[in-house]
Write a protein that binds this ligand. Structure first.
Ligand SMILES: Nc1nc2c(ncn2[C@@H]2O[C@H](COP(=O)(O)OP(=O)(O)OP(=O)(O)O)[C@@H](O)[C@H]2O)c(=O)[nH]1
Ligand SMILES: [Mg+2]
Length: 380
């Protein structure tokens, strides 16, 4: 079995549910890595020689949201580290979840499953196996399955594959009566049955995660450039129609965003985007309608247009990545960016904000005004 066909299974469940016991009962297991900080290791990764499965064992959820979030944060960090380490995504990320629910505590099934549903929100469509651990009592099994099924039915968008009762380790009821291990092989086989589907879903999730990371970085650049533009713009005494003063900043921002998205660019492309008449046109339109004057108006408008430009470059980069847009066709990219600038939501939101809050903005600097606008948009 090739390394890249190993299935990565995230084992979740509240503390004491039997996650570690279950993993260790699967033959040919060895711990490979511990991930986490200092002594509070939250994640252990186990490799199996006998099954093409890699287990990610987590420290159990307590019945508290905070402890649960901490565990999930660690798992996401683990996935992210892998995403950044390697561009070949086939062997990374989480392919499936085993959700361990203790068969001896039916009372808490519903709460348990609610916790899990929240925990796995970040992994869209991921195949889930509900594992009823400590299924010592044969007569309870049908009712347990039914109860778990009913609870899962309440959660939409959960890709529940199977509900499998297991006994991971022999259990002694008394000196004579012992419950032998059961269900483990079936659990592994059923999990591996959905390998292709799981890898496909995982890849989509990883791509989204990588895209979100890029977006996050690019937005950070846009915010920084927006406030810088406010300061630069405010210094210009000439009317905004001569926006040459912003060119270096716009070139830098455009290049940096393209770099994040690994878009190959030419100077010609950058020059034509930054030289686009749309930017000046949009700036003049805003100047006409906002109740601000002089340097403050220039500064604020500079920030607003740089923000709109940045957002449009992000949109273009994503379109190029999806191969909807071809970076070699400069005119097409230019039209795309111009259209995005004109229809940019930030422009109208910023204009409305300034109109509505004109009285409070009188004594503020362009940078303060821009910061207020950005945070008011973030809050909504
Ligand atoms: N006999 C028997 N004991 C089990 C079985 N599963 C779990 N246990 C016992 O239940 C207790 C908790 O099991 P763990 O595997 O440590 O639980 P966990 O989910 O890893 O707990 P945390 O690491 O705290 O999140 C241990 O004492 C196990 O020996 C089983 O199948 N058979
Ligand atoms: Mg454990």
């Amino acid at each position: 079995m090739s390394e890249s066909k190993k299935m990565n299974v995230l084992v979740l469940g509240i503390s004491g549910a039997g996650k570690s016991t279950l993993i260790k009962s699967i033959s040919g297991i060895s711990v490979t890595t511990g991930v986490g900080e200092g002594n509070t290791q939250k994640i252990n990764v186990y490799e199996s020689d006998n099954w093409p499965i890699r287990f990610i064992d987590t420290k159990g959820f307590e019945y508290s949201i905070l402890a649960q979030l901490e565990t999930i944060k660690q798992v996401k960090k683990y996935t992210k580290q892998q995403v950044t380490k390697d561009n070949n995504l086939t062997d990374l990320g989480i392919d499936a979840v085993w959700y361990c629910i203790e068969g001896t505590s039916r009372r808490t099934f519903s709460h348990n499953i609610d916790l899990m549903a929240k925990a796995i929100k970040g992994w869209k469509n991921i195949p889930i196996f509900a594992v009823i651990t400590k299924s010592y009592s044969e007569k309870d099994i049908p009712e347990n399955i039914e109860s778990i099924k009913t609870t899962f039915a309440k959660h939409k968008n959960i890709n529940l594959k199977a509900i499998i009762p297991v006994v991971a380790q022999e259990y002694s009821i008394n000196d004579e009566v012992k419950v032998p291990p059961m269900g483990i092989e079936e659990l592994c086989l059923q999990t591996l049955d959905c390998l292709d589907e799981a890898k496909k879903i995982n890849k989509e999730n990883l791509n989204n995660m990588a895209l979100n990371q890029k977006r996050f970085l690019a937005h950070g650049l846009v915010v920084a450039a927006t406030t810088s533009a406010a300061t630069v713009g405010a210094v210009s005494i000439i009317p905004f129609s001569d926006s040459a003063i912003l060119v270096p900043l716009e070139v830098g921002l455009t290049k940096s965003i393209f770099k994040i998205y690994k878009v190959k660019t030419s100077n010609e492309l950058i020059d034509s985007i930054v030289g686009a008449t749309t930017i000046t046109f949009v700036a003049k339109e805003i100047l006409k309608v906002i109740p601000l004057a002089g340097n403050v108006a220039n500064g604020v408008v500079a920030g607003v247009v740089v923000c709109a430009l940045g957002e449009s470059i992000i949109a273009a980069s994503e379109a190029i990545q999806k191969e909807i847009l071809n970076p070699d066709k400069i005119n097409e990219v230019l039209d795309f960016v111009s259209e995005k600038i004109k229809t940019n939501k930030f422009l109208s939101k910023a204009t409305n904000y300034i109109k509505e809050n004109a009285d409070n903005l009188k004594d503020k600097s362009p940078k303060e005004i821009l910061t207020n606008i950005l945070s008011s948009i973030k809050e909504n």
